[in-house]
Design a protein around this ligand. Sequence first.
Ligand code: ADP
Ligand code: MG
Length: 698
Amino acid sequence: MMDLEHQDVKYLPGVGPKRAKLLADELHVCTLHDLLYYFPYKHIDRTRLYYVHELTADMPYVQIRGQILSFDVEGEGRKRRLVAHFTDGQGIVDLVWFNGIKYVTSAYKTRTDYIVFGRPNAFNGRINIAHPDVEPADSLRLNAMGMQPYYNTTDKMKRAGLNSRSIEHFTATLFESLKSEIPETLPAYLVKSLQMVSLDEALRHIHYPTCAEDLRKASFRLKFEELFYIQLNILRYTRDRRNRYRGNVFTRVGALFHGFYEEKLPFELTGAQKRVIREIRRDMGSGRQMNRLLQGDVGSGKTLVALMSMLIALDNGFQACIMAPTEILAEQHYATFCQMLSGLPVRVELLTGTVKGKRRQGILEGLEQGDVQILVGTHAVLEDTVRFKSLGMVVIDEQHRFGVAQRARLWTKNVRPPHVLVMTATPIPRTLAMTLYGDLDVSVIDELPPGRKPIQTIHQFDNRRESLYRGLRAQLNQGRQAYVVYPLIKESEKMDIKNLEEGYEQLCHDLPEYKISRVHGKMKAAEKEAEMQDFISGKTQILVATTVIEVGVNVPNASVMVIENAERFGLAQLHQLRGRVGRGADQSYCILVTKFQLSADTRKRIQIMTETNDGFEIAEADLKLRGPGDLEGTQQSGVAFSLRLADLARDGQIVQLARNMAESVLDADPNCAAEKNEILWKQLAKLRKTIVDWSAIS
Ligand code: ADP
Ligand code: MG
């Protein structure tokens, strides 16, 4: 057996050093193993020959067999083209080339058998095939009559004459030269119980299937394997962590929790909030360290769940900390907590990058002595100078803004790792969560507080300002408030602020009867805070802002969200922004303002927004539209990028199956001792180098 993983691709007949360098530079294909795993992005069915008289313009690629009768050059100037009259003995079809005329006339001969491959078009009431592939009919290709693979190549490769066809040639050569089967990478019992094809067969058929069914089986086997090892890795790490770390046991639900619940809570908890708090209490009392993901749509009341969980830690003599992704949000949490806990003996402090000097020193000391019981902050809380006396509970709000590594740093803030509650701003489809946050238990708040009216979402083109203002005035005159948001794109922050400033000026001019605040990322914190405060307190009626307000801001009196240049926002972001309104009992509105010309994708996004308010539905749609690699949160994890075949958006069922199988393998053999599983641990060790290193979290 050749050592595929170490054999350089340059020794494969037809490759050589020059092309090998291109393959390595452009596609990261260095070894024969890499080449085997460089999968085609599509196949074209060349399993049957068509007759010329069967061809119609609506057919996909087809192949026909026959001879060229004669060549003609037709047309003038840019319309000049070479036409080959081609017959299969039953009918005649024209093959057409608009360039490369010289090459074609010298390469192909009349009265010679060819297989012609291309897509039929209708032209002047006749069928022709433009720029077809023409091959000698007797060429002995592996795929001559099968499914032909198409491989991605780069422009640089194409310029050097290295195209999909060349790679096809390399893979075909490689398969022909393999003397023995490619060794299996899954335990035999797994392959058998899932009725999967062997790795050898899967790899051959992912490149060269003889029919669509072969391809499906090969792709299933390879996708399963990818997802299975990711799940196995996550689960093994999670179980290991559970065994290694004991959690602080919080048995008491004491004075603070009850005092808050009975005296301070301004409303009844929703059923979902109660259920989630029960789940959290159970975790905290179990002796295991909690690692829980709390998913809930915008406005579902996650903050309250966080606060009550922290109070349990306090009741048991521990401190708690909540980390938010922006200063504005941290400030707001701080204000909310101070207000909700007023009268209770709890010291809450706020720590952000702007808290400096004496005040900071005081907070740091208070934390070390244990006087500060709840710390609200931004990334600033991660700094080494922030030390706790006994940190028992950590909440991370809006997780997608934090990387896995940052989550890990909180662990070291206590001898025994604190319980961790991660809250996501954007609901994540289940199968994606299973992969990205597979090490976390999941709680879901699937219910909004009662009495909320669904937000009405309206799409408006930006040349219809008057009708926009009419709607705005109607709401503002009823005492409501409104947000007007401009997109923020990091690369051109100056431009964005210009947009925002212009928008602000225009609003001041067009709606002089109202007071307007404005916030953007380039402002000094104090200034920002003052402007926010004016809006929160109702001094101003309109808040013009960049997306700094995207996460978490809570002004229940606001009933209109105007999103300018809505075409520049992703679905998740639009949904987040919309979630800023609809927090009171009154009807709220979200106005998506776009330019007139929109791409198909944008139109789809806007349509989804106007049709549904359900964050989970939107997250699913987003995943399908953009693919998981683009979703916020996946960048840091890298998981989506390490997948070659599996698609977290489309292969949800396989993700679930992989998870189940990984669980049952570990249940049956927790210490990985069985001989039949030896191959699993070998593979895992290898793959750990390429997939996300979850163990880095501890
Ligand atoms: P999110 O889940 O988006 O973080 P918040 O925690 O900011 O949502 O809550 C949104 C609003 O709903 C807040 O004004 C909060 O006070 C209110 N709220 C939370 N829980 C309830 C409830 N059970 N009944 C009524 N209002 C609630
Ligand atoms: Mg929130």
